[in-house]
Each structure stands twice: as structure tokens, then as C-alpha cells.
Design a protein around this ligand. Structure first.
Ligand code: GDP
Length: 189
């Protein structure tokens, strides 16, 4: 796996890194386990685990060796809350996912215990606008038996109508390298 390292944080398009490399967006509801997975991929602590939900408004850019860039998006879960927070979040996420020419795909992280919701649907739809692919990573698989993992993958495939669903655990590192390898082979190479 290539070495993942932090490049910069940015809010506005004009501050995004200038690079010829493709980008892969990484998103998930707050508490899905996004920071933990980033830390596994980085082989050390580069992302804060368990920031208070809703705080992050930034896009964090990480390089994957010199082959591509991972863009860590703010944790979501505002669709049900509504109001200004939803507007701000939506504007930024939609802007990035629909107007970034080098964007190659989206990794959507979900706690394996949860169901597909309107929030995930919204993100997937932003990607569909430009025919860009989405892969789902079902997190915290260490909490489940092999059989329940299989069932969860099938359930989410049905709910999302997406084909590519992986089980990962940042605790045991199971599936983490495989998910990264999928992204690289399918979207970058
Ligand atoms: P984020 O909000 O999406 O960045 O999620 P975090 O990485 O901060 O994780 C949220 C919570 O889930 C923390 O308490 C983590 O310790 C826990 N967590 C994250 N990944 C795993 C995992 O693979 N297995 C288990 N059992 N817990 C996890």
C-alpha cells in the first residue's frame, strides 16, 4: 500500500491543491469510522478520531504515495436536521463532488450496523450526475460474525443498488488494504 500523508486542509476551491493526480473522495456519517480508516491507511495518526460531530467543515487532502489523492470530506448526518447546517454542508459537498474535474470516485463509509439512508443516497446521486463510481466500505466488521458480515453486505447492496461493497475493520485492519487496492485498480491505474 502506498504511504498516505497529509497535504493540506481547504474549504474553498481556490485553495485546493494544484496537482495532476486524480482524487478519490472519502465520506461517511460522523462516527462511521472514517478517521480510524485514514489512520490505518497512513500507518499512524494523521486524522483525529472522534472529533465532536458536525465540527469539521474542511476538506482534508492526503497523498497516496505519488499515485493519487484522497479527499477526506466532513462527516455528515445533517439531512434530518435541516436548517443552515444542512445548507452549508450540502453546498460544499455538492460543489466538490460535482465540479472537481480530477475526481475519480467516492468511497462511502458506513457503520455495518446501519442502514442506507437519504444522506448516503444524496451523495451517491451527486456522483451519478457525472457518471462517477461509488464504492461502499462497511466499517467495524470486527463486531460481527462472518455470516453476519455476508448478510450486511447483501443488505446494503440491495438498499443502495450498488455493486461494490467491502467489509473493513480499522481495529483488526481486515479488509482495509483490499478496499484501497480496489480503489487503485478500478479508478487510478
Ligand atoms: P469518524 O467520525 O467517522 O472519523 O469515526 P472515528 O474513526 O472517529 O470512529 C468513531 C468511533 O468508532 C470511535 O469510537 C472508534 O474507536 C470506533 N471505531 C472506528 N473504527 C472501528 C473499528 O474498525 N472497529 C470498532 N470496533 N470500532 C471502531
Amino acid at each position: 500500500m502506498p504511504k498516505m500523508s497529509f497535504i493540506k486542509s481547504a474549504v474553498k476551491m481556490k485553495d485546493f491543491p494544484v496537482s495532476p493526480l486524480k482524487e478519490v473522495a472519502l465520506a461517511g456519517r460522523s462516527n462511521a469510522g472514517k478517521s480510524s480508516l485514514i489512520n490505518v491507511w497512513a500507518g499512524g495518526k494523521v486524522a483525529k478520531v472522534s472529533q465532536s460531530p458536525g465540527k469539521t467543515r474542511l476538506l482534508n487532502f492526503f497523498s497516496m504515495g505519488d499515485s493519487y489523492i484522497i479527499v477526506d470530506m466532513p462527516g455528515y448526518g445533517y439531512a434530518s436536521r435541516g436548517g443552515d447546517e444542512l445548507k452549508t454542508w450540502r453546498k460544499m459537498i455538492e460543489g466538490y463532488l460535482t465540479q472537481r474535474p480530477q475526481l475519480a470516485g467516492l468511497v462511502l463509509l458506513m457503520d455495518m450496523a446501519r442502514d442506507w439512508t437519504r444522506d448516503e443516497e444524496l451523495m451517491a446521486q451527486f456522483m451519478m450526475k457525472n457518471d462517477l463510481p461509488v464504492v461502499i466500505g462497511l466499517t467495524k466488521s470486527d463486531k460481527f460474525s462472518k455470516n453476519d458480515i455476508k448478510k450486511a453486505i447483501e443488505r446494503i447492496k440491495q438498499q443502495s443498488r450498488l455493486e461494490d461493497v467491502f467489509a473493513v475493520s480499522s481495529q483488526t485492519k481486515s479488509g482495509c488494504a483490499e478496499l484501497e487496492e480496489f480503489v487503485y485498480r478500478a479508478w487510478i491505474k
